[in-house]
Design a protein around this ligand. Sequence first.
Ligand code: GLU
Length: 300
Amino acid sequence: MQSAYIGRFAPSPTGPLHLGSLFTALASYLDARSQQGKWLLRVDDLDTPRNKEGSVAAILKTLETFGLCWDDAVYYQSQHIDSYESFLLELEQCRLTYRCSCSRKSLEDLHSVDSPESKHTIYPGICWNKSIPAETPHAIRLKTEPTTLSFQDDLQGLISHHLANQHGDFILKRKDGIIAYQFAVVIDDYLLGVNHVVRGCDLLEETPKQIYLQQLLGFPIPTYMHVPVIVDHHGYKLSKQTLATAVDTKSPNKTLFDLLVLLKQNPPDEIKGASVDELLDWAIEHWQPDKLSLYRAISA
Ligand code: GLU
């Protein structure tokens, strides 16, 4: 028997929602609702130095304005630290992790000598097999195996990565004590029973690491659908870094119609003046995610 659909949207509270995040939220909402699924809201608030005061309230309000009503109570990562720690201990006890005291600077220096053109640092395993005392500031890394991990993304096709060569031993807990994004999302999706992940293509390359963790922890593996990211006319992803402005909530039905166009759903002109709820009803009924197949970016 197939289990009921459970999807989620997981914004980080680093500012108000911009158009790119609302685009992702809408895609994930439509996918869940078109399959009579649950749609959960999680706030990824672990990276405390990046959190901005007031953004959680702003995000929730924007979602409500656009009629994207979630099920159940909002899940805050910061309230689940004990769960992350206990799963981390489980991996530690299986000797799948190690302490790493390398500084970011020392790794950057090493890397710029190796391959100056690449931004992505593959950790060269310096601290593997060292015994670093608990009192020494350290990160916790996962020892990755030299295996190839493949998954079929619902829109982006077959994605295959060699774990050790393309990702290396990645961090589960940062030196500042913060649980790394990769690790937290895997635990959260498991605890929430999420079985369908719809999110932006900027996270496509992170997914093999998450599936690897799911396999190690014996968790079920959700299906993944990575929707294109919205880019500006220079081709840059809309984000806080590119100073993308908060979504204009003055005429939500107009913005929603434009988002459905960007999602390539071809909404008919007749529904242009419809209310938010009517637009959502139309979009749920006509949702065709395959229209986005193989797009990694869409220009706003
Ligand atoms: N919080 C992440 C972000 O805003 C999304 C995490 C996820 O969907 O897995 O980029």
